[in-house]
Design a protein around this ligand. Structure first.
Ligand SMILES: Nc1ncnc2c1ncn2[C@@H]1O[C@H](COP(=O)(O)OP(=O)(O)O)[C@@H](O)[C@H]1O
Ligand SMILES: [Mg+2]
Length: 244
């Protein structure tokens, strides 16, 4: 329910880390027309011959669209053309299950499939949730970040009750934490009070290196392996892998 909270940053670094440190077979599915997760993994998203949109339109299979990246992560990319499909797809029967159905033939090829969501709860985000067993909720350290959590909880209740799909929360992840900033500490305390054990222990700090890494098509582990950003995302890899 909010942009800029580090959804895409977390998807691509977590994916790269699961390959690098745990030798997992990982697929990233980019169901956000901004295409940030795919672009951060070094894919030229403005010149895709095939993309997720073609799969959702049933013109291609996932296997036709998958791109292998230098990080070892496989990616189903998207770009802005996906946005044009939102209204046509919204009118189709079975619209909530298009992604889940398209993924089923390739599930066996992967240990983890990470889906990067758009910031709004529309047909794409619902497809992502319906295709998922678990959800990671990144929250940036702002008041609006907290409001976004309430929005996502509402959407999850709808999914559980109206679409009859159970979904577990792997964890709520504090992101963009700045320890010099009082608001960061206040938001973190409020999250801990609300979610308790549902929080990851990992806290992702705000760092220049995390922000710069995508422009080099590199994960934080390759761009700045010894920095605080890499060690925080490494800790997240351990937590996610350990919860599997
Ligand atoms: N921990 C961080 N430190 C510094 N910049 C960050 C951090 N996490 C994300 N960013 C930057 O913030 C912006 C938004 O992050 P992004 O992952 O694209 O958010 P979302 O996918 O939720 O919209 C990007 O420019 C990204 O590089
Ligand atoms: Mg994003």
């Amino acid at each position: 329910m909010k942009g800029g909270v580090a959804k895409s940053t977390t998807v691509y670094n977590l994916a790269a880390g699961l390959v690098k440190f745990k030798q997992q077979r990982v697929l990233v599915v980019d169901i956000d027309p901004q295409g940030n997760a795919a672009a951060s993994l070094g894919i030229a998203i403005w010149q895709l011959s095939k993309q997720l949109k073609d799969v959702l339109q049933q013109k291609a299979s996932m296997a036709d669209v998958v791109v292998k990246t230098a990080s070892g992560v496989d990616v189903i990319p998207s770009n802005i053309l996906l946005a044009e499909e939102e209204i046509p797809i919204s009118g189709r029967p079975g619209r909530e299950l298009l992604l889940k159905k398209a993924l089923s033939p390739i599930l066996k090829n992967y240990d983890f499939i990470l889906i990067d969501c758009p910031p709004n709860v529309g047909v794409f985000a619902v497809n992502a949730l319906m295709a998922s067993d678990e959800l990671i909720i990144p929250v940036d350290m702002s008041y609006l970040g907290l409001l976004g959590v309430q929005g996502i909880e509402h959407a999850l209740t709808l999914i559980r009750e109206q679409l009859d799909h159970p979904i577990a929360i792997t964890g709520v992840l504090p992101t963009r934490y700045d320890r010099r900033n009082n608001l960061s500490k206040e938001v973190l305390d409020a999250l801990k009070e609300h979610f308790g054990d549902g929080m990851f222990e990992t806290i992702i700090p705000e760092t220049v290196k995390i922000r710069e890494a995508p422009s080099h098509g590199q994960s934080i582990f390759d761009y700045d392996p010894n920095g605080t950003g890499a060690s925080a995302y490494h800790q997240l890899v351990e937590e996610v892998y350990g919860s599997k």
